[in-house]
Write a protein that binds this ligand. Structure first.
Ligand code: 1PZ
Length: 210
């Protein structure tokens, strides 16, 4: 609790942000989504410079989306649903041609959210070898979308992960049992955000945006 000073990371806040994302109409709000991501990035940054190449990419993606939210079309970027509607209005070909679209950028974060879900599940279930849990989660999710050189770099970085106990401690949730209990409560919210997004993108054929 002493570490819970201003600015310190707490996984609870991150997970609460993802919980706030989903509205009663099952829309996913972008503001809490990005706030959840900002927390995850801070956490990643606290794990050391081996992970910089990962956090840099995540920061770039979050910043791009913040730009859309704060831009002239900001009110179109309130939810993932309104973003898809807005960006598809110019037609699917125009959307595919853009490398700065909100949709292709969210898609990358969305795939990473699947990794997070699997990783936290593994952490919760008690395997003490974090790097193994992380590699398995990665191979079952993001790896399929990464070229060999990124997969290689990621796999090397995973070896630098702290142990499960250290991990649960830096999550800053409280005693270890409490951290595990919180994971059990929170993982379904991440799963919810993931599956709503997956369905939305599938429905609009956006799951393979280049
Ligand atoms: C706790 C350990 C952290 C492990 C994080 C697992 C994810 C490894 C991802 C390695 C990717 C690093 C480099 C950048 C890759 C980009 O090419 C891709 C595709 O984007 P494009 O090139 O098409 O624009 N980017 C991504 O796949 C998004 C990756 C975001 C990773 C966020 C991790 C958040 C970690 C939270 C930690 C609790």
């Amino acid at each position: 609790a002493a570490a819970a000073a201003a600015g310190a990371f707490s996984l609870r806040e991150v997970l609460e942000a993802f919980q706030r994302c989903v509205t009663e109409q099952r829309e996913v709000l972008l503001e809490p989504y990005l706030s959840g991501w900002r927390g995850l990035i801070r956490f990643l940054q606290s794990l050391g410079t081996v992970f910089s190449f990962i956090s840099k990419d995540a920061v770039a993606k979050v910043s791009l989306l913040e730009g859309h939210c704060g831009g002239r079309q900001g009110q179109q970027y309130v939810s993932l649903q309104s973003m898809v509607r807005h960006e598809l209005a110019a037609g699917p070909a125009a959307l595919r041609a853009r490398s700065d679209s909100g949709c292709r950028t969210v898609l990358r974060l969305h795939r990473a959210l699947r990794w997070l879900q699997l990783f936290l599940e593994g952490l919760r279930s008690g395997d003490s070898r974090t790097s193994v849990v992380c590699t398995d989660a990665y191979n079952a999710s993001l790896a399929a979308y990464h070229p060999w050189v990124v997969r290689k770099a990621a796999t090397v970085a995973f070896c630098a992960l702290p142990s499960r106990d250290a991990f649960l401690e830096i999550m800053n949730v409280g005693p270890r049992e409490e951290a595990v209990a919180m994971l059990g409560e929170a993982i379904p919210y991440i799963g919810d955000v993931y599956s709503i997004t997956q369905e939305l993108f599938a429905q609009h054929k956006l799951l393979d945006l280049p």
